[in-house]
Design a protein around this ligand. Structure first.
Ligand code: NDP
Ligand code: OXD
Length: 309
């Protein structure tokens, strides 16, 4: 029995070292080295080469090394009848919360505008907003959204959230399902998307949704590029219906050099870095699941095949 790490970035050795250090007894391979394919029971994946997982005839689990699993569902050749697990990790959640909070304060205090002004040597003090001025609405109150909501409440923001099933979080106004969406949107000044990318949520950040936000609303997408209809965002910004957007995720990553977002004065871009799985923090749950697989116990953090997250 063995584990293969399958990804196309430069982090394979880092993950292999972390796994070997924490569990020297586990046979761990990189997908780039020669490895016994029939021995592989678990694939630890992050944007693996589509089609590559069918090379493992005895695969019993596909483990995402991130929170999202959309790239696994998008691989039409990945085995369909085995569990998919994902990362649920306090550090991933607190990193996301810190990143989004930084974006919110940069917006409140015009920091992005001042950075632009600096490049032109423009001295132009602007009126700034305060914590009490804005309601933050979070699409998705899961592992990441719930901690963000709680932390923003502690800071003093009015916070509301939207999810599939009803959530109870202290001082967070909770909205649920399709019928709850209009009420949620109409009272949201800063919208944060922390939904998983599924057939139900693809393209959800579109003209129809933006039109339901108050004029001047700000949009933060830290979930997946596929949630956003890029043209609709550009249109809503041009019409001054939205005052700006902060985007960490894109349809194509890295973002195409010709994409209009790069040079848009109202769009703040970061390179899919809001919250990155920390190997030290995440490896224990991967090892636990590997051992559970070995001993026939149930796995942690299994993704629902029906819901797609
Ligand atoms: P979870 O699965 O824990 O939470 C998802 C939330 O979205 C849940 O509250 C769920 O509702 C809600 N939801 C899902 N579908 C719908 C729907 N159709 N209508 C209403 N609500 C819905 O995910 P995480 O919080 O762990 O992560 C969220 C996403 O963040 C990941 O899938 C990933 O794409 C992204 N991410 C981005 C990172 C970055 O660096 N930019 C880093 C990490 C993650 P319910 O609770 O009722 O099921
Ligand atoms: C994740 C991510 O899903 O990094 O964990 O986007």
């Amino acid at each position: 029995m063995a584990l293969v790490i399958s990804r196309q970035d430069t982090k394979i050795q880092q993950w292999k070292k972390a796994l070997k250090t924490a569990a020297p007894d586990i046979e761990v391979y990189s997908c780039l080295e020669d490895h016994p394919k029939e021995k592989i029971k678990m694939a630890l994946v992050w944007k693996h080469r589509p089609g590559s997982l069918k090379e493992y005839p005895n695969l019993e689990c596909i483990a995402s090394s991130g929170a999202g699993v959309d790239f696994i569902f998008a691989d039409k050749e990945a085995p369909k009848n085995i569990p998919i697990t994902r990362v649920v990790d306090p550090m991933l959640a607190s990193d996301m919360s810190e990143h989004v909070t930084a974006l919110i304060f940069a917006y409140l205090k015009n920091l992005n505008q001042y950075k632009l002004d600096q490049t032109q040597q423009v001295w132009n003090p602007l009126p700034y907003a305060r914590i009490k001025d804005f309601t933050i609405g979070i699409l998705g109150l899961g592992a990441l959204g719930a901690l963000l909501a709680t932390n923003l409440v502690h800071i003093g923001f009015q916070v509301q959230g939207w999810s599939q099933s009803k959530k109870v979080l202290p001082s967070v106004t909770a909205y649920t399902g399709k019928t709850g969406l209009p009420g949620f949107l109409s009272s949201t000044d800063i919208l944060v998307c922390l939904l998983p990318l599924t057939p139900d949520t693809v393209g959800i950040l579109n003209n129809e949704l933006f039109a339901q936000l108050p004029k001047g609303a700000y949009v933060i997408n830290v979930a997946r590029g596929g949630h956003l209809v890029d043209e609709d965002l550009l249109e809503a910004l041009k019409a001054n219906h939205l005052s700006g957007a902060a985007l960490d995720v894109f349809h194509e990553e890295p973002l195409d050099r010709e994409h209009p977002f790069w040079s848009h004065s109202k769009v703040h871009i970061s390179p899919h870095c809001a919250s990155v799985s920390d190997t030290k923090s995440v490896v224990p749950q991967i090892i636990e699941n590997y051992r559970n697989l070995y001993s026939g116990k149930s796995l942690k953090n299994i993704v629902s095949m029906d819901r797609g997250y």
